[in-house]
Ligand binder design. Structure first.
Ligand code: ATP
Length: 675
């Protein structure tokens, strides 16, 4: 109902101060020409109105009590491990929410018509998709109540959402609030964020218009026409208004996306909690940009790893942290190791969950090393130009970082905490026509859609609270089992394009993301276990063997890195002597990446400036490429030197420790012999 209708309805004698009556009288006096206002029976429907007013008053009371109730905040403090996180955003939202409820309930007339008045700030924000000054530091969007009639997801055109929501979720009833506060103690909800990418040059050239409006950093309106500003009408259009934990306009930087979505998960991982972040969206919507980014604007994967190592450095210099890394892709229903390409891997279930047997677990010591590994992994990832995206990822990529931390508790027991962070860049959801019709591409597309369809079935089953969740339907869902239904803090970032040419895909993504908000993962307790400190000779001997093995591994890693550096140096020299474009290309391809039979593109280095292959880079002169290579080589040399130093230091420390342990062992065996 339009806003103006409210002011036209005047209260009768049920108005406590009879102010509307006086106002009406004043208006009549001031405008004698208009004549007297139509007479109304002041007692008409008084009882009903009183009843409705009392009911609303009760609801309001319950709502404010629910707001005060600290248990209802469990939802927001889902990742409460970080003490410095303030819930400014949510506090503001709650304040706004209670004001809104108050305003509605204290309206002079008790007609139960829920007309939502958009606050001025919202209308102002609506003018542009630009972030305001204050940052989003917390989450406050509770999930919609799960109903048995919840709409099923489909990867094809979706039926619009059943009921419109209020602005920022302000139209919740007290019962809903109670349900939320009760259920929040059961587990944690998947947090869902949406990121809008800037309009691409190609889209502009094709004359496309922006069809997405982000308001208040949460609400998203899908409009077919850029000029459409009537948000009230839009809100009533079913399936065109969505509310998320946060929505990022096209001007949002990578750091902001990282800190809002993932930084708390990283903190949790160091406390032994599992965390997952996955990007979903149509092809070319910006998933890889968000996850991987470029050299100038690194994405979530890179920022998370940097942050993890920075936090580890702050905590300890004693080597109590061990970080392992693995990087795999699911391509055409096959799982492949991106760090050490070879035969497809087999999935099996063990006590840690679903694991890919034989997957390289690389021990990482520094951010630089991880960056180099990421670069190597991305070069091995399957990408292919499609009509929509020059470097479209044809596979789902999963980077897993496992951090183990050993600390002493108050009773001086050694406690080991293991946290796992999974960062997932899904392949683009797409329609066959939007990409390509060639055979290989259609098989790929079918497989991509198959796994995404399997993912949507799992989400449907989880949302509907079904006992059987069909994880086994695809490799992707098996690998995501932990993230969706396990004890894990999960974040989903849905990427969308602003172009009206992608309206259908955008609507599909938003519906799907909206649905994902309803998934609850199990409560996430830290993975902690007591470590048996070796007391007997056998235990010490075991530890000694383990340490020696670790040292051997470290030496092998060091030798491999040196070998790689030498190869790059040799290739660079060769490039300098005959700088032809073909030799330059061969240098960009790492010696280790065995190419499969089908034509696969490799992403150019994120360290070299951009993780995407652009047509310009191909056109660049050989001289320029050689110069770039020199710079790249220098950077690599410096990086190698640093890694070498770190490794040598660690080897030395370990050698000393082994020596000490051997001495102790010898002593105790001598003492044992004497005894
Ligand atoms: N937020 C952003 N800011 C600037 N450029 C962006 C942004 N998001 C995406 N892009 C650009 O849009 C293009 C497509 O993005 P990207 O490759 O990340 O899409 P994608 O969703 O991973 O696609 P696919 O599923 O096909 O792999 C790239 O050129 C990328 O640089």
């Amino acid at each position: 109902m339009p806003v103006s209708t409210r002011s036209q309805i005047f209260g009768g004698q049920d108005d406590p101060n009879n102010t509307t009556q006086q106002r009406r009288h004043r208006i009549d006096q001031e405008n004698p020409k208009l004549g007297p206002s139509p007479l109304r029976n002041p007692h008409h429907g008084l009882k009903e109105k009183m009843k409705a007013l009392t009911l609303l008053y009760e609801q309001q009371k319950q709502a404010s009590m629910a707001l005060k109730n600290p248990t209802s905040r469990t939802e927001e403090r889902r990742f409460s491990s970080h003490p410095s996180v303030e819930l400014l955003g949510s506090a503001k939202a709650k304040e706004k929410e209670s004001k809104e409820v108050m305003r509605e309930n204290t309206m002079p007339n008790a007609t139960i018509t829920r007309t939502v008045v958009l606050p001025q700030s919202v209308m102002d924000d609506a003018k542009e998709n630009v972030m305001g000054v204050d940052r989003i530091v917390g989450f406050s969007c509770p999930p919609k109540k799960v109903t048995s009639t919840a709409r099923k997801l489909s990867m094809e055109a979706l039926v619009p959402q059943s009921e419109p929501r209020g602005i920022g979720g302000v139209t919740k009833t007290a019962q809903e609030l109670e349900t939320i506060s009760e259920s929040s103690s059961v587990g944690s909800r998947i947090l869902v964020f949406v990121r809008l990418r800037p309009m691409a040059k190609k889209e502009k050239e094709a004359g496309s218009r922006c069809c997405v409006r982000i308001v208040n950093r949460k609400d998203i309106y899908l409009t077919e026409f850029a000029s459409e500003n009537d948000y009230l009408r839009l809100k009533r259009l079913r399936g065109r208004h969505f509310t998320f934990d946060a929505s990022f306009p096209d001007s949002t930087g990578q750091q902001e996306v990282y800190s809002t979505t993932t930084s708390e998960l990283v903190e949790g991982v160091l406390q032994g909690r599992n965390g997952s972040v996955f990007c979903y969206g149509a092809t070319g919507a910006g998933k890889t940009y968000t996850m991987l980014g470029t050299m100038e604007n690194p994405g979530v994967m890179v920022l998370a790893i940097k942050d993890l190592f920075a936090k580890i450095r702050q905590r300890s210099c004693d080597g109590n942290h061990v970080v392992h890394l693995s990087y795999l892709e699911v391509y055409n229903e096959m799982v492949r190791d991106l760090l050490s390409p070879g035969r497809p891997l087999v999935l099996r279930e063990d006590k840690q969950g679903i694991v890919a047997s034989g997957l390289t677990q690389y021990r990482a010591y520094s951010t630089d090393e991880v960056m180099a590994l990421l670069q190597q992994g991305n070069q091995n990832r399957t990408t292919e130009p499609t009509r929509v995206n020059e470097t479209s990822s044809r596979s789902h990529a999963i980077l897993q970082v496992v951090a183990e931390y050993r600390v002493r508790d108050t009773a001086m027991n050694v406690v080991s905490r293991v946290g796992k962070l999974s960062l997932i860049d899904l392949a683009g959801s797409e329609r066959a026509l939007a990409t390509d019709q060639r055979t290989l591409r259609s098989i790929e597309g079918a497989n991509i859609n198959r796994s995404l369809l399997a993912l949507s079935s799992c989400i449907n089953a989880l949302v509907e609270g079904k006992k059987h969740i069909p994880y086994r339907n695809s490799k992707l869902t098996q690998l995501l089992k932990d993230s969706l239904g396990g004890s894990c803090n999960t974040v989903m970032i849905a990427n969308i394009s602003p172009s009206n040419l992608s309206f259908g895909e955008t609507q599909n993504t938003l519906h799907w993301a909206d649905r994902a908000k309803e998934i609850r993962t199990k409560g996430c307790d830290p993975n902690e276990e007591l470590v048996q400190v070796p007391t007997t000779n056998t235990d010490q001997a075991k530890l000694l063997l383990e340490l020696q093995k670790e040292n051997r591994d470290l030496r092998v890693q060091l030798a491999r890195q040196q070998q790689k550096l030498l190869t790059i140096q040799a290739q660079s020299l060769q490039a300098n002597s005959s700088p032809t474009p073909s030799s330059a290309t061969s240098i960009l391809t790492p010696p280790s990446s065995a190419k499969p039979i089908e034509k696969r593109r490799t992403r150019s280095s994120i360290l070299a400036g951009n993780c995407f292959t652009t047509p310009e880079s191909k056109r660049r002169g050989a001289g320029e490429t050689a110069r770039e290579l020199q710079q790249h080589l220098k950077a690599l040399e410096a990086e190698m030197e640093r890694i070498k130093k770190e490794h040598t230091l660690q080897l030395k420390q370990k050698d000393n420790f082994i020596l000490e342990l051997t001495r102790k062992l010898a002593k105790s065996s001598v003492a044992g012999g004497k005894g």
